[in-house]
Design a protein around this ligand. Structure first.
Ligand code: FE2
Length: 241
């Protein structure tokens, strides 16, 4: 099982505060049945000075420091794959080298949508970004938008046909489950993420997810997530060689 959304790399964003915390999170993920985890630190291009290249250098350094410690301690932990959680902004759409923020050796990008009421132009911007740059998006944590996005706008988002991720904690929230029911059944919501930020703030809860998911979303959803998880792991393993 793959965790497609996490903030496990140390000292990069509002996620893990240090290497020890990163290792502690990875141990929890392993206990909860995760074999692969995509590290998706926040990337927000609010102005042109926030360069994609600088972000990549810092992210890779953070990963290397963590990896060195894991190897030094001889730990058997979930395999870390590098990515980013990219906030959709106009500045990002206009930036060069956007594809560098895709998940390692793929054209897949975890895209976070803005936390304000979406307008149709924003969805057009998303579609153009993906079409023009051959990016295959994963829409991050659909469950987190339900409080301020209308059903009509959700319909428009899902009509784009993109694969979508929900946070494992969504199983605890009846309102979110109810609002997303149609798409939990349609197959477009096909990835689960912990969106873990640390051992205190949003720790991994796949154990709770596995306990509740059958009753909450049903067998078809479980099988769909499992299928996509297996396919993504295979693709990543092949690409990484
Ligand atoms: Fe996140």
């Amino acid at each position: 099982m793959i965790d497609t959304h996490s903030h496990i790399l140390p000292k990069l964003d509002d996620g893990s505060r240090n290497i020890d915390e990163s290792i502690a999170i990875l141990k929890i993920l392993k206990e909860q049945g995760i074999t692969h985890v995509i590290a998706t630190p926040h990337f927000k291009m609010t102005d042109k000075s926030n360069s994609i290249d600088e972000f990549i250098i810092k992210r890779n350094e953070s990963y290397q420091n963590l990896k060195n410690e894991i190897d030094k301690q001889g730990l058997d932990l979930p395999k870390i794959i590098l990515g980013a959680e990219v906030l959709l902004t106009m500045d990002f759409v206009e930036a060069e080298d956007k594809e560098k923020l895709c998940i390692e050796n793929t054209n897949i990008m975890l895209i976070e949508l803005p936390y304000y009421e979406w307008q149709s132009w924003m969805l057009r911007m998303l579609r153009d970004l993906c079409n023009d740059n051959d990016i295959e998006p994963i829409i991050a944590h659909a469950d987190r938008y339900v409080d301020f996005i209308s059903n009509d706008m959700f319909e428009k988002l899902f009509s784009l046909g993109y694969k979508t991720q929900v946070n494992a904690e969504f199983v605890n929230d009846k309102t979110r489950v109810k609002r997303l029911k149609k798409w939990l059944k349609s197959g477009q919501i096909c990835y689960i993420g912990s969106d873990t930020h640390g051992i205190d703030f949003r720790p991994p809860t796949f154990d709770n997810y596995f306990n509740k998911i059958k009753k909450t979303a049903g067998d078809a959803f479980i099988q769909n997530v499992s299928k996509h998880s297996t396919e993504l792991i295979k693709k990543l393993e092949n690409n990484l060689g």
